[in-house]
Design a protein around this ligand. Structure first.
Ligand code: GDD
Ligand code: MN
Length: 379
């Protein structure tokens, strides 16, 4: 760079500027009461290591972003990335990693459950050559402490065992939300990560390995703490999203993560369809064709609403896009129906096996509906 007046002005503005070595990414949703103290604790832990905090907030209704912006007026090394119309811990982490120039990135929850005092040790491990350093509750010397209820602990054990089947290498806490990485290693895998759900760490490990760049992993034990302020955002949908990711990894990507949820929603749609059909024909005494049309419309609306709120919760359609989305969904499912009938009929002509033909048609239309609505309705 030249030594012109711009550079001089810039130097004057940032007299003590030292580029950050470490970016601490904090995904947040309704964490207003946690950010300031978290910042202070991390500042204390990192001492004179140049670092920055990037809070990635999904426009929390409690005004978390405003709290962060207030802090940015006091401290130069904290800022907020505010996302609109989107939700998700995993994608929030990736977007935080994408907006820093620091060579190392750490992810830590906003609620003080993770022990920030091990950050210097984690950074040292990475500087000594690890691509990924996991803050671990289950490594020798660590503990889940009082941070997990009995139910959460048994769920966590099961999730760990499932993770072990896809991880390809030993990790004691593959569900950890606390880790530090070489930024380049994280960003290389980023385009291939599932955007929904909580489980970014296991996804990073498996995805990097499958890209032919397995991560060199180190672990630093710590004791998990109870949440400071606010409430956990863990819910059954997060669990299903994890199972979707697991199925996707077990099938080497043949079944994408959201396909499981789309399929489950479709299954409930069949039940709704049959219930509506029974209601219209028996109770109202309607003729079959009218009842079948009404039941189909109800089941389509049901599927659309569930997919919009669950399968595609991270890109939920709202306002007028809800209407155009529903229309495109119906049109695509109608095409899927035609595909279903043609495929089933072709197979039936060839083999005369009713069940096989029917099932093939149903699978064909599910895959068609999934792929095409993903590309058009929820693009
Ligand atoms: N931006 C954004 N968007 N952040 C989110 C979202 C979201 O949709 N959902 C949760 N977060 C943030 C929370 O605000 C918090 O800072 C962090 O992600 C973790 O969320 P919690 O709600 O506290 O999760 P938890 O304590 O139940 O789960 C933690 O422990 C699990 C293991 O027991 C997380 O660290 C998980 O990743 C981890 O698997
Ligand atoms: Mn938590």
């Amino acid at each position: 760079m030249s030594n012109g007046p711009i550079q001089e002005a810039s130097v004057a503005l940032h007299t003590n500027f030292r580029p950050p070595q470490l970016a601490v990414i904090v995904p947040s949703y309704n964490e207003r009461g946690n950010i300031e103290l978290l910042y202070e604790k991390v500042a204390l832990a990192l001492g004179d290591t140049p670092w920055e905090m990037i809070v990635v907030d999904d426009n929390s209704p409690d005004g978390t972003a405003d709290v962060v912006n207030e802090l940015s007026r006091v401290y130069a090394n904290i800022r907020c990335v505010r996302r609109f119309g989107r939700r998700g811990l995993a994608s929030a982490c990736v977007e935080g990693m994408a907006v820093t120039a620091a060579p190392y990135v750490a992810v830590i929850d906003a609620d003080h459950q993770h022990d920030e005092t091990i950050l210097p040790k984690m950074l040292a491990e990475a500087q000594n050559g690890a691509d990924l350093v996991v803050g671990s509750r289950f490594a020798e010397g660590g503990s889940a402490g009082d941070g997990l209820s009995a139910t959460r602990l048994s769920g966590s054990n099961l999730a760990n065992r499932l993770a072990g089947m896809i991880a390809g290498q030993a990790v004691s806490d593959p569900m950890s939300g606390f880790f530090l990485m070489r930024r380049e290693a994280a960003l290389e895998a980023a385009p291939k990560l599932a955007s929904d759900g909580f489980k970014i760490l296991i996804d990073l490990i498996v995805t990097s390995a499958r890209m032919g760049k397995p991560l060199k992993i180190a672990e630093v034990p710590y004791t998990f703490r109870p949440r400071h302020a606010g409430e956990s955002k863990m819910n059954p949908l997060i669990v299903i999203q994890y199972l979707g990711l697991w199925v996707s990894k077990m099938t080497a990507g043949a079944l994408p993560p959201s396909f499981l949820l789309f399929g489950l929603v479709g299954g409930t749609g069949v039940v709704v369809h049959l219930a509506a059909l029974a209601l219209f024909t028996s109770i109202f005494g309607q003729d079959f064709v009218v009842s079948q049309i009404a039941a189909t419309l109800i089941a389509m609306a049901w599927n659309f609403v569930l997919n919009n709120n669950l399968t595609y919760a991270d890109r939920k359609l709202k306002g007028t896009r809800l209407i155009t989305g529903f229309l495109s969904f119906c049109a695509i499912c109608a095409l899927g129906g035609i595909a279903n009938i043609s495929v089933a009929n072709a197979i039936y002509q060839w083999d005369h096996q009713t069940f096989v033909a029917g099932l093939s048609g149903a699978i064909m239309s599910s895959v068609f509906n999934y792929a095409v609505t993903r590309a058009f309705t929820w693009k």
